[in-house]
Design a protein. Structure first.
Length: 399
């Protein structure tokens, strides 16, 4: 049985040097509340400060938004089976992602009046977590210096509007990006994962990685010995890590995690050439039309294959090629059959074995790199809202 992760206050890791947020609430009722991002071990490295003061709130403003934030965070913590928290005087520690969401709420509320605060709270609560993360990232980028909360608050002024028709009135060049978000937030749920929000969604590798399949692929590559693609590089190949594992890590970081994880996994496997249609190309020999017609049940042969001479074969398959009248029959794929349709049929000819056994019999993905991904781009683009036809254009669209 796995042990529940230890956290303090609002989901903050109970360990030294963690990246988190601090909410400083003074004991005096008139004191301002300060929200600070603490970069932990990352601080003071590569130009990153030790911590960054994100926003200072009047106590009255904090009192108006504290309860909605507490309820939202505790609901999420309960769903994750983590300890819930409450605001108290002194230092409150908040999980890194929850802290970003709190900053979005605080930035929108800091210059609001008493009538606007309930509207801001309700609009913030209606946003999805990834939408709040997007707002945080864009606000910090647009503000330039993270410690200028007045600019950040202006960037979130759309949350103070009572109706959507007010949004175009805010035309400041410094906050034009918020109009993009106001459009994205009105996209129906079933299409929202194709929006610009994917750029700021959690990476797929943060949610899952098919390690069993990766293990089989990496073992296959390691056992290739001198047949490895990078062996000729010699000492320049410092890490000697399998190409398939390196590719998986890079794709896992590039791919955004949507609310449809099974589909995310399907897309990942297509990009990794782990799907059935890719194995058709990875197989030592693709099945011939005569082999397919001898094995598979196909209702109408003429829908997929051209037969010469015509009207000799039966209407449906399987076909018994041992009959003498079929000896001179020629069968070929019809020209209008797409590569994807052809691979789907040929994939039914693959042996019904475990994935590891299938990998042992197949070629490695890099051995057929020129042709193995020819069928995947329509499915990738439909899921991610891209228009790519190659890895180069696809990775650029997600960067």
């Amino acid at each position: 049985m796995t042990e529940t992760a230890k956290t303090v206050d609002f989901g903050a890791p109970d360990k030294f040097g963690a990246h988190l947020f601090r909410v400083e609430i003074p004991a005096a009722r008139s004191g301002s509340v300060v929200i600070v991002e603490d970069f932990g071990y990352r601080g003071l490295e590569g130009g990153i400060p030790r911590d960054e003061e994100r926003v200072i709130l009047k106590r009255s403003v904090w009192s108006a938004i504290a309860d909605i934030a507490r309820r939202e965070f505790n609901n999420r913590l309960k769903a994750a089976k983590l300890q819930t928290g409450r605001w108290h005087s002194g230092t409150n520690l908040v999980d890194r992602l929850l802290g970003r969401e709190l900053c979005v709420l605080a930035w929108a509320a800091e210059t609001a009046n008493d009538q606007q605060l309930p509207i801001i709270s309700s609009k913030w609560a209606a946003l999805r977590p990834e939408e709040r993360w997007w707002l945080f990232a864009m606000t910090v980028a647009e503000a330039g210096l993270p410690k200028t909360p007045s600019v950040a608050g202006a960037a979130l002024s759309f949350m103070r509007c009572r109706t959507a028709k007010n949004l175009p009135l805010v035309i400041s060049a410094a906050v034009q990006w918020k109009l993009i978000f106001s459009h994205c937030s009105r996209i129906p749920n079933e299409r929202r994962h194709n929006s610009i929000l994917l750029k700021y969604a959690p990476a797929l590798i943060e949610r899952f990685l098919p390690v069993q399949r990766l293990s089989a692929e990496a073992y296959k590559e390691q056992m290739a010995g001198s047949g490895k693609t990078l062996t000729a590089v010699g000492s320049y190949w410092k890490g000697r890590k399998p190409l398939i594992l390196s590719k998986a890590c890079i794709l896992g970081c590039l791919l955004p995690a949507t609310d449809n994880l099974p589909r995310d996994l399907e897309v990942f496997e297509k990009l990794m050439a782990m799907d059935d249609e890719s194995f058709v190309v990875r197989w030592p020999r693709r099945p011939k039309p005569r082999d397919i017609l001898a094995t598979l049940s196909i209702t109408r042969i003429n829908d997929y294959f051209s037969v010469e001479p015509e009207s000799v074969l039966p209407e449906s398959a399987p076909v018994d090629w041992s009959q003498s009248e079929y000896n001179k029959v020629k069968v070929a794929w019809r020209d209008e059959i797409t590569e994807l349709e052809r691979r789907r049929i040929e994939a039914q000819m693959l042996p019904k074995t475990s994935y590891r056994e299938r990998v042992e019999m197949a070629k490695r993905p890099e051995e057929v790199m020129d042709s193995v991904h020819g069928h995947i781009w329509d499915a990738i683009n439909a899921h991610l809202g891209t228009t790519a036809q190659s890895f180069r254009s696809w990775s650029s669209s997600l960067a």
